[in-house]
Design a binder for this molecule. Structure first.
Ligand code: SAH
Ligand code: SF4
Length: 363
């Protein structure tokens, strides 16, 4: 059986080199070839001895998920649907902006946490992604964006400078694989991204937030979405296990190690549900001791969601109330919604194993 080298971080690759009778420092060369050059054929790794290249060709492969489709939206947002086998597909989105390029990466096939306003949650859950499938999304994006001759943007604009773990799935529910993929994102021999430019978004898995703080503190976004437990219980069911008070305490602990001195709270704006001035005031009281910024996300609808997006006016008023209380608040621009690439619209192809959704296929 061959080993997929895309599954290894620097340490794993060094161990692999030792196992096959090579010096561990070869791992650094391999990392650069795999992740920076995007090469899949060992023959092309010109600074490795011929004997090693031949050995690798027998023992190893470099295998990313397969691209099923590749869409570009009117605003330049690009979405890939990637096959991860057995009829399952995941989505990855690239969002080009003037001064940065952000890749939105998936961590699971579906999601078991079933937030009521989320398309991924509605799809059910199949499995965690492997390290190769997570880092493979960045690998594919870099490779495709660099190679695309039709692209009108400059080289600089096309480089992925930021990663947000905000695609399909709950990253902290796939802790070990996500952390290994984060290691590769940060590794200078691989992608060399700054900790501040890599963001994990979580619906609030408190114990895993503590582990992330100890193991690999990157920027943290927390999906708050409600100012009190009774409403959050309905929108984000994991709140019943880790209620808001515990969540905020975990945020405080995270800040002691975080690369930024604030937590980003995401707040989806649902018409008539969580978007009143009263909710805004409740929120201000709630977070008064937590250094934070707010990111309001206008709800992106999908068939059968049962929610409506708050009006632009309601969003503006809500933002103004938070701002007047001194909370830095941005409204997320909806990007790529013509290709269903906006937040919460990623559905991929999930063969549901939870028997939760009527349409999902049970295996
Ligand atoms: N599971 C993680 C990360 C993926 S979702 C989390 O929940 O944080 C990324 C963000 O999109 C989260 O804040 C999520 O709550 C939000 N989101 C989900 N569905 C949405 C929708 N339909 N419209 C707008 N935002 C949505
Ligand atoms: Fe899962 Fe996040 Fe969607 Fe909730 S919002 S169902 S945690 S992906």
């Amino acid at each position: 059986m061959t080993t997929n080298l895309l599954n290894y971080d620097a340490k794993g690759l060094a161990d692999f080199c030792t196992e096959i009778g090579e010096k561990p420092f070869r791992a650094k060369q391999l990392l650069r070839w795999i992740h920076q050059s995007g090469i899949t054929d060992f023959v092309d790794m010109s600074d490795l001895a011929k004997g090693l290249r031949e050995k690798l060709a027998v023992l190893a492969v470099i295998e990313s998920p397969q691209i099923i489709s590749d869409y570009v939206a009117a605003d330049g947002t690009r979405k890939w649907l990637l096959s991860v086998g057995a009829g399952n597909g995941i989505e990855t989105v690239f969002i080009p902006e003037a001064n940065r390029g952000t890749l939105c990466v998936s961590s699971q096939v579906g999601c078991a946490l079933a937030c009521t306003f989320c398309s991924t949650g509605k799809q059910g859950f199949n499995r965690n992604l492997t390290v190769a499938e997570i880092i493979g999304q960045l690998w594919i994006a870099n490779k495709t964006l660099k190679a695309d001759p039709n692209d009108t943007l400059t080289d600089n604009d096309r480089v992925v400078s930021n990663v947000v773990m905000m695609g399909m799935g709950e990253p902290l529910a796939n802790f070990d694989n996500v952390v290994m993929a984060l290691d590769l994102m940060l590794d200078d021999h691989a992608y060399g991204l700054s900790r501040r430019r890599v963001t994990v978004s979580t619906s609030g898995l408190v114990p895993a937030m503590d582990r992330l703080r100890e193991r690999c503190p990157v920027a943290l976004a927390v999906s708050l979405h409600a100012p009190n437990d009774s409403l959050r219980d309905q929108l984000v069911p994991i709140n019943k296990k880790y209620p808001i008070k515990e969540l905020l305490a975990a945020c405080q602990r995270y800040l002691t190690a975080a690369p930024r001195d604030f937590i980003t709270f995401e707040y989806v704006m649902l018409d008539g549900v969580n978007d009143s001035v009263g909710h805004a005031h409740e929120l201000i009281n709630l977070v008064q001791d937590t250094p934070c910024k707010f990111n309001l996300i206008p709800f992106n609808s999908f068939p059968g969601s049962g929610f409506k997006r708050s009006s632009a006016e309601a969003v503006r008023i809500f933002r103004d109330v938070l701002m007047q209380a001194g909370l830095v608040t941005t409204v997320r621009k909806t990007r790529g919604d013509d290709i269903a690439a906006a937040c919460g619209q990623l559905a991929g192809q999930v063969r549901d194993k939870t028997r939760r959704t009527a349409g999902g296929k049970v295996e």
